[in-house]
Write a protein that binds this ligand. Structure first.
Ligand SMILES: [Zn+2]
Length: 405
C-alpha cells in the first residue's frame, strides 16, 4: 500500500488501526434496551477522529432517547471529500451487545487485547471491524484522487431495531437513491461472500400459564414448565416440517426456527411453576410470509391450550420482514466482485440469515451489499477480529473506489 505521500504505508496503517481499537474497545456502547449507557461516548470519540483524519464534512444526527446517556442516540455522517463526486457509503454500527457470561471470556470484554494478529474485545468484530475498516479506507484514500467520495455513517441502535440509527437517518433523507451502500457487518472467513439478500426475522415469546403448587403435591397444580417444554417441541417440529424448502442463495439454505431464551420461573426447587415463558428466533426464506408463521403458531397455541388445560399466549417481540434483494447485476455488486477478483478472491453472491441494516436501504431501492472478511465471532465470548482481514479489506475497497469504468 505505497502512495505518493507515503502516509498509508502498511506499518502506519496497522499502527493506526491498533490505536483506534485500543481507544474504542474500552468505551461501553451497549444500548439501553440491553442495559447499557448507549453510544454517545463512542460517537464523541469517533466524531473527533473523523475531523482529525480530514473529513471535509462531519455531521451528527441525534435521535432522542431519555434512557441513554446524554438523552440521545447519536449517528455520525461524514464525507471525505464532499465535492460532489458520486458517493459510496460505508455504514457501520457503533452499539454492541453486552458481554454475556464473563466467565466464558479469556480476555476482558472492555479491555483491548492483541494476540497473534487478532484483536479481542466486545465489538472487535461486530461492528468495530466495520468502523475501523471505514477509517482505514479514508486514511488511504486521502492520498489518492478516487472516482468516488467516501461517505461514512456510524449508526446507533443496530442491535435493537435501528429505530434510532439507520432508520432515523433514512427518514431524514441523508442518503440518495443514486448512492451506493456497503455494510461491513457480516461476511465470510475468506472474504468471498457478497451478501445481497437477507431472511426475514421473527422473534416470538410464548407464555404458558398453569397453576403453581408445592413440589410434593403436583396433582394440585398444573406444571407450566412441563407444558411449556412439550409445547416448545411441538412448535419446533411443526415449523421445521412445514417450512422445509431450500434456497441455494442462502447459507444455511433453509428457514431456521430455534428455541432460545427462557424466562426464569420459580426461584426455588420445591415449587411447581405456574408460569413458564420461552422464546423462538426464526429466520425465514423470503418466499415465506412472517404473518403465516404467526398464524400457524397462534393456531398451535389455541389447540394446545384446549387439550392441555393451560392458557397459552403469543407475543411477537420483534419482526423484520425481508426486503427485495439487491440485484446481483447492479453496478455496485459488479464492481465489488471485480475488485475481489483483482485481489485473488473468487466472489460468491449470496444471502444470510442475520438481519443487518441493509434491508432499510433495500426497501428504498438504494443498492446495498453486506461484505467483509471475518470469522463470525459476533456476540460470542472472546469476540475478535483479525488485523490482516482489515488491511486486506482496505485494499479491496481501494480498488472499488478507484475503479474508473
Ligand atoms: Zn452487527
Amino acid at each position: 500500500m505505497s502512495s505518493k505521500k507515503g502516509i498509508t504505508r502498511l506499518d502506519e496503517l496497522i499502527a493506526f488501526l491498533k490505536r483506534v481499537y485500543s481507544e474504542m474497545i474500552p468505551i461501553n456502547s451497549v444500548g439501553p434496551d440491553n442495559g447499557g449507557p448507549g453510544e454517545l461516548e463512542k460517537a464523541l470519540y469517533l466524531e473527533s477522529l473523523l475531523k482529525q483524519l480530514g473529513f471535509k464534512s462531519v455531521k451528527r444526527y441525534d435521535s432522542s432517547d431519555p434512557r441513554a446517556k446524554g438523552g440521545v442516540r447519536p449517528n455520525l455522517v461524514a464525507k471525505l471529500f464532499d465535492d460532489g463526486r458520486p458517493v459510496i457509503w460505508i455504514v457501520a454500527h457503533i452499539d454492541t451487545v453486552p458481554p454475556g457470561d464473563e466467565s466464558l471470556w479469556h480476555y476482558k470484554p472492555f479491555e483491548v487485547t492483541f494476540v497473534d494478529g487478532r484483536v479481542y474485545g466486545r465489538g472487535a468484530e461486530d461492528d468495530g471491524q466495520g468502523v475501523v475498516l471505514a477509517l482505514c479506507v479514508a486514511k488511504a484514500l486521502l492520498d489518492e484522487e478516487p472516482k468516488f467520495d467516501l461517505g461514512v455513517a456510524f449508526v446507533s441502535d443496530e442491535e435493537t431495531g435501528s429505530k434510532h440509527g439507520a432508520q432515523h437517518l433514512l427518514k431524514l433523507g441523508v442518503f440518495n437513491a443514486s448512492d451506493w451502500v456497503l455494510i461491513p457487518d457480516a461476511g465470510s472467513a475468506d472474504g468471498s461472500l457478497v451478501e445481497v439478500a437477507e431472511k426475514s426475522v421473527l422473534w416470538f415469546k410464548v407464555k404458558v400459564e398453569g397453576r403453581q403448587t408445592h413440589g410434593s403435591t403436583p396433582h394440585k397444580g398444573v406444571n407450566a414448565n412441563r407444558k411449556a417444554m412439550k409445547l416448545a417441541l411441538l412448535i419446533d417440529q411443526f415449523l421445521h416440517e412445514k417450512y422445509k424448502e431450500e434456497d441455494a442463495l442462502f447459507e444455511p439454505p433453509v428457514s431456521t426456527f430455534e428455541p432460545t431464551k427462557r424466562e426464569p420461573n420459580v426461584p426455588n426447587i420445591n415449587t411447581v411453576p405456574g408460569v413458564d415463558q420461552f422464546y423462538f428466533d426464526c429466520r425465514l426464506l423470503p418466499r415465506h410470509a412472517v404473518d403465516e408463521v404467526v398464524l400457524d403458531v397462534t393456531r398451535l397455541l389455541d389447540e394446545f391450550s384446549k387439550k392441555e388445560g393451560v392458557r397459552c399466549t403469543l407475543e411477537v417481540v420483534s419482526r423484520e420482514d425481508t426486503s427485495k434483494p439487491t440485484d446481483p447485476e447492479s453496478p455496485l455488486v459488479k464492481r465489488l466482485t471485480r475488485a475481489l477478483e483483482k485481489r485473488g478472491v473468487k466472489p460468491r453472491i449470496g444471502g444470510i440469515g442475520g438481519g443487518t441494516v441493509a434491508k432499510y436501504f433495500r426497501n428504498l431501492n438504494i443498492p446495498c451489499v453486506v461484505w467483509m472478511t471475518c470469522d463470525d465471532t459476533a456476540h460470542a465470548p472472546d469476540e475478535y477480529a483479525k488485523l490482516d482481514n482489515v488491511i486486506s479489506d482496505t485494499r479491496t475497497l481501494l480498488e472499488l473506489f478507484r475503479a474508473s469504468d
